[in-house]
Design a protein around this ligand. Structure first.
Ligand SMILES: [Zn+2]
Length: 377
């Protein structure tokens, strides 16, 4: 989930919105207008609209506080937090690495729902101080805003505590299993399985409500369930990978078989003699037997075709100094983290200035596939 609109930074964390967030903001404001005008027929439409918009904005602040609680606790435990992005189904904190231990994971997960719970209670107490009585309809615009915010935050806290990984409750469950079994892989696997069961329940309940109760909220629940199912499935797949390469080094997995081309070669010759002939996409560029850079199809397509004969490989390659590289003894999990963080497909493996191989997702997949075939029970 990448933010498309940047709002600024809080405590070094970049805060952003995904376009899909506007859908939910619009729906919430619309349903608030409907609700406020139904319970308070005496209000002018200007009052109803402003109360709805203010509530919508404060709801956004409350969501942000929930995510900030996760992020700030993660930071205090030494983890790096890159960004918080709000989207249609809430918010995500992009925390760069896994929690170091079960206890940290537990607190990072539970502090979000706790923040929502506190916000909810504070809003309802404030509403009481404006004369609102529990279980009655609010009479003034201010108490209407506070009551709605209070209840929605309590619901947010409760919903997030449902133990469907990767919802907060699922992460709490994972932390507790981790604590007891001392195995992070096993705990993630169990939590992801429970997450899939919860997701199916959401989808089933949502569709049931939609078709039998003619309730559009049901469709929303089913949509959340579908999203959760996808997320828990990919967490499960992720465990298979991290478990398979835990304790492995880059040198155990990397592809040692790569092709080199001379720096002075023209793009014309490069394309016809190497690129097309081999079917490979990435070549190492060497100059006086030293690694100078990399060239892929992408660099070639950046040059117009009639200039290929006069353009050298050297002039368009990505030079070594601009490449992110890893060493043979870098842990494989670290290398995977670097690739997903920097959104790159392969890492050159360099030892004493010499290229010794390439680490890529496909080399990891190949490693896991062969291992599974050779050592299956
Ligand atoms: Zn949360």
């Amino acid at each position: 989930m990448h933010a498309q609109i940047r709002l600024g930074r809080i405590a070094g964390i970049s805060i952003g919105l995904h376009y899909s967030w506007f859908i939910i903001a619009f729906l919430i404001t619309l349903s608030l207008i409907g609700r406020f005008s139904a319970v308070t027929p005496k209000w002018s439409s200007a009052t109803v609209w402003s109360a709805a918009i203010v509530t919508g904005l404060l709801f956004f602040v409350a969501l942000l506080l929930h995510e900030l609680a996760h992020s700030l606790l993660a930071k205090s435990r030494g983890l790096r937090v890159r960004a918080i992005t709000l989207f249609a189904l809430g918010g995500v904190s992009q925390i760069e690495s896994e929690a170091p231990d079960a206890k940290s994971e537990f607190w990072i997960a539970i502090v979000g729902p706790l923040a929502s719970l506190v916000i909810g209670i504070v809003c309802l107490l404030l509403a009481r101080s404006t004369g609102w009585i529990l279980n009655s309809e609010p009479r003034t615009p201010i108490s209407a805003v506070l009551v709605w915010l209070g209840y929605i935050n309590l619901m947010l806290a409760a919903f997030n505590l449902v133990p469907g990984y990767p919802l907060d409750g699922g992460r709490v469950l994972r932390a507790l299993i981790w604590w007891n079994t001392h195995s992070i892989d096993r705990s993630t696997r169990i939590a992801a399985r429970v997450g899939q069961v919860v997701a199916f329940l959401f989808i089933f309940l949502g569709l049931y409500q939609f078709f039998l109760g003619k309730n559009f909220g049901g469709l929303w629940l089913a949509f959340i369930g579908w999203f959760l199912l996808d997320a828990s499935r990919s967490s499960y797949a992720q465990v298979e990978i991290t478990e398979g390469i835990r304790d492995r080094r880059v040198s155990d997995i990397m592809d040692r078989d790569f092709s080199a081309v001379e720096a002075h070669l023209s793009l014309q010759d490069f394309v016809h003699r190497y690129l097309l002939a081999s079917g490979r996409r990435c070549f190492v560029v060497v100059q006086n037997n030293n690694l100078a850079g990399l060239i892929t199809t992408k660099e070639v397509t950046g040059v117009e075709r009639d200039r290929w004969p006069q353009t050298s490989v050297q002039s368009v390659m990505r030079p070594l100094s601009q490449l992110r590289t890893v060493m043979p003894d870098t842990p494989a999990i670290r290398a995977l983290e670097i690739m997903s963080r920097e959104d790159i497909n392969q890492l050159p493996v360099v030892s004493d200035g010499q290229l010794v191989g390439f680490f890529s997702r496909s080399s990891v997949m190949g490693f896991l596939r062969n291992r599974a075939e050779l050592f299956k029970q």
